[in-house]
Design a protein. Structure first.
Length: 305
């Protein structure tokens, strides 16, 4: 199957403490290296700009990303969740990121935007106003058909390491790679059921330390299953994405699951064969899970009154 590969929350994954020996720079460098070793090119990182406000050296991460042949898109300034944010504040946040990330976004072959947690608007007013703003700034909204909960695997892995359970921590890596292949196959099957044909998928990974540990095995496993990576532009040209952002939803779900739900079908987001494993990973990571997702820094760039 064909899939565009994307990464969210560069240059710093929100809330995510890094284990000893890792920095936001080293995580990005290792991911760039894994892409190079595995021939994965032109990857869009949907970026947040808040880190640039607190640490100017994070700009280097974006520079390195683009220098390696990858691209930057807009994922808002402070990562607000649209379910709990007004259209006005959300729109402002997009514009702040548009301004701060312009040096990198302007080098990309496509102006890509992704809503935090893929929340398109839980009211019609928000959905429409935010979509209008995205269009006004000439962005194309990039959906997601495959994500892997690697932020939860990362928490589980760090918790096991912190509590001296290193063998279990090591086993999580092989479990993840095996699960990820099953997730991709499951997502492809659900897409086929929802759209009536095979579509170009869009995969998503975050810059967490755990992913750097498994990246090579992850790509090898997907390649062995026949996954071919294509550009985000190619994926977004698939007419299947025409319904992206086209209806009100408050669900934190991948694209095809949301579309199915809008059509009255409740489909499994995780392969049923791996549901128990994913539940265990969530349980293991619980001690390190932050109380909430989304905005984590006060927006220093308030709207002019
Ligand atoms: Zn995000």
């Amino acid at each position: 199957m064909q899939m565009a590969f994307t990464l969210d929350d560069l240059p710093v994954y929100p809330h995510m403490a890094l284990p000893d020996g890792y920095t936001p720079h080293s995580v990005a460098t290792q991911i760039i290296g894994a892409f190079a070793r595995n021939g994965v090119s032109g990857v869009f990182a949907l970026a947040n700009s808040w880190p640039l406000d607190i640490e100017p050296t994070y700009e280097r991460i974006l520079d390195d990303w683009v220098a390696a042949g990858h691209h930057i898109g807009n994922h808002t300034h402070t990562h607000p969740l649209l379910n709990e944010t007004s259209a006005e504040d959300f729109i402002h946040d997009i514009s702040v990121a548009d301004e701060l990330l312009a040096p990198w976004i302007n080098k990309a072959p496509l102006r890509a935007f992704r809503h935090p947690l893929e929340l398109w608007g839980n009211t019609e007013e928000k959905r429409v106003r935010v979509n209008e703003h995205i269009e006004r700034l000439a962005y194309r909204s990039a959906g997601v058909t495959s994500w892997f909960y690697e932020w939860e695997w990362d928490r589980a892995w760090r918790h096991l390491l912190q509590t001296g359970r290193s063998e279990e921590a090591e086993r999580l890596k092989t479990d993840f790679v095996e699960y990820a292949a099953a997730q991709v196959a499951h997502d492809a099957a659900v897409c086929k059921s929802v759209f009536g044909r095979e579509i170009v998928g869009i995969g998503l990974i975050h810059p967490v330390a755990f992913f750097t540990e498994v990246a090579d095995a992850f790509f090898a496993s997907l390649f062995a299953d026949g996954v071919a990576f294509v550009s985000l532009a190619e994926a977004l040209d698939d007419p299947a994405y025409v319904r992206s952002g086209s209806f009100v939803s408050d669900a934190f779900e991948v694209y095809q699951i949301k579309v199915a739900a809008a059509d009255g079908r409740a489909l499994d987001a995780v392969p049923p064969t791996h549901k128990a494993l994913i539940e265990r990973v969530f349980e293991l990571g619980a001690p390190l899970r932050p109380p909430r997702r989304g905005m984590l820094v006060q927006n220093k760039r308030q709207r002019a009154t």
